[in-house]
Every structure is written in C-alpha cells, then in structure tokens.
Ligand binder design. Structure first.
Ligand SMILES: C[S@@+](CC[C@H](N)C(=O)[O-])C[C@H]1O[C@@H](n2cnc3c(N)ncnc32)[C@H](O)[C@@H]1O
Length: 279
C-alpha cells in the first residue's frame, strides 16, 4: 500500500456545545418549556437533579439558614437561588461558563437576593479563591465528571470547609457495565469527561481526608430526565434548529439518547456521595 504523504486525517469532531447553548439561551420561553417538560419543576438546572431530589440532599447535608454553602459548577445560577430560598442560607456559586454566571447574576438581581447569593466566574480545577474554613457545606451536582485530578480537588475542597463541614456531590457517569467506544465518545461529546469504576470516588474521598458518610445509587432521575429532555426537544425540533443550528441540535439529541440508553440499562450509573470534614 502506498504511504500517504498528506497529513493524518483528523476524525470529524463530535464535540457539541451543551452549556453555552443552554445558558446562552436560558431566558428564552422555548428552553423554559423544554426544562419544564424535562424536570417538572424547573429551577434552572441543567443537570439530572429534580427539585424533590435536591431538597432531600439539603436534608442529608443538614443545612441551616445560618450556613454558607459553596455550589461548585453552579451552571445557570438557578440551583444556587433554589438552595438559598429553600434553606434560607447564603450560597456562593462558581462556574467556568461565563454565560451561566451572567445569567445567574441577572436571576439573582431580579430576585433581589444579592445579599444571599453570589456567583463568580472560576475554573475550579485551579485552587479555589477562598480562605480555609470558609464554608459550612459544599454541593456539586453532576460536575465532578468534568474535572481532572479529582483527588487533588478533594483536598482543596476539604481546605475551604470548616471542621465538621459536609460535602455532597453526584457523579453521573460511574461505570457499572460494558460501554462501547462509540458510546463513551457520544456520552463525552459535551466536554471533558472522566469515567470511573465503582469504588474510585470512595477511595479518593477518603484519601483526601474526608469521612465518607453515605453512598447511594440515584440513576433513575438521569434515565428519566434524559428521555424527557430528548423528547421535549424533538417535539420542538424546527424552532430549536433555528436557535442552535442543525449540527448542535443533532449532536445534543444523540448525546441525550445515549445518556438515556446507558442509564436505563445501568451500564453507566449515577451515585451521590456524602462526606464530612472531621477536624
Ligand atoms: C451538568 S452541569 C451542572 C450545572 C449545575 N450544577 C446544575 O445542577 O444545573 C455541569 C457544570 O459544570 C461546569 N464546569 C465544567 N468544568 C468546570 C470547571 N473546570 N470549573 C468550573 N465549572 C465547571 C459547567 O460549566 C456546567 O455548568
């Protein structure tokens, strides 16, 4: 076979921009309709968390109105407002997505909650810009899979918690079955992803110095929401194609359908982890 003298062929990129699409168009009635059909109760989430589940997580954390909570990967800012209103506590949210932070700041202002909720643009892969012991609790909903060097990040999260402070996070892509290379590629088409086997989170949490208090499988919401999200978008395909373009529309539909299949069959699963800083 003749050796090719040209450049290596770069495979077609599969990446699809979920977060700029969701946060950049957050305020449109079209996306609000999609969120309502996806989650039932729309509080601006772009994860797999529903209002019932999130309230249960607040109870697991034992949150009090006097607490100051850090929301890592706060997305559109809606979940930080929901948390602050639900518990009465202060919330600081950080996210790398500028459209998300801009959107969140507008929501906070509209709600007149500036004294309770503060949102900052921040890449949480870097050391967090907060002093030791600043927070009573940390929440991190379906974000951990986007962050490299998880063990080092946990040490930083431990640092910014006060002694006795608690961390609750969900990992939506724990490997619990066989997943093909195609499926991994589509499931990770919305950004940087790390997939770990059962036991990896537990080991890293404890190695960082946390006391692990609870691990629970919570895949059902992801399987349900991904199907509803996919269907809600499909039934508005012409309007969404106008808004986000054909390629993004098709990429996001492929992504959502794959999330649904993998979680329905429990080949990828979602877990919640609750842990505590003991001293
Ligand atoms: C699945 S969304 C969840 C958003 C929000 N927690 C929610 O429940 O709606 C994941 C979020 O992680 C954020 N993210 C990804 N990498 C990040 C990083 N390095 N630093 C800060 N945020 C990051 C994304 O911008 C996105 O908003």
């Amino acid at each position: 076979m003749a050796e090719s003298k040209g450049e290596a062929v770069v495979p077609e990129s599969r990446s699809v921009d979920l977060y700029n699409t969701a946060y950049g168009n957050f305020a449109t009635e079209l996306l609000a309709q999609v969120r309502r059909e996806t989650y039932g109760d729309d509080f601006g989430q772009s994860s797999w968390v529903t209002s019932d589940e999130y309230r249960r997580f607040f109870s697991l954390l034992g949150l009090q109105p006097t607490d100051h909570v850090l929301d890592i990967g706060c997305g559109s800012g809606g979940p930080a407002l929901f948390l602050s209103r639900g518990v009465g506590c202060r919330v600081t949210g950080v996210d790398i997505n500028k459209a998300g932070i801009r959107n969140g700041q507008a929501l906070v202002q509209e709600a007149g909650q500036q004294d309770k909720v503060e949102l900052q643009h921040c890449d949480v892969v870097q050391p967090l810009p907060f002093a030791e012991g600043t927070f009573d609790a940390i929440v991190c909903m379906d974000v951990i899979c986007h962050l490299p060097d998880r063990g080092r990040l946990f040490s930083d999260w431990l640092r910014v918690l006060r002694p006795g402070g608690r961390l609750l996070y969900t990992d939506p892509v724990v490997v619990t079955g066989l997943v093909s290379n195609e499926e991994f590629a589509t499931r990770s088409s919305t950004g940087y992803f790390e997939f770990g086997a059962i036991g990896v989170n537990e080991r890293l949490i404890e190695a960082a110095g946390f006391r692990l208090m609870l691990v629970e499988e919570v895949t059902e919401n992801e399987a349900l929401a991904s199907r509803r999200w996919c269907n809600a978008r499909q039934s508005r395909s012409s309007e969404l194609i106008l808004l986000e373009g054909e390629e993004t529309f098709a990429g996001l539909q492929r992504f959502l359908a794959t999330v649904h299949k993998l979680t329905l069959e429990r080949r990828l699963s979602r877990f919640v982890y609750l842990s505590q800083k003991t001293n």
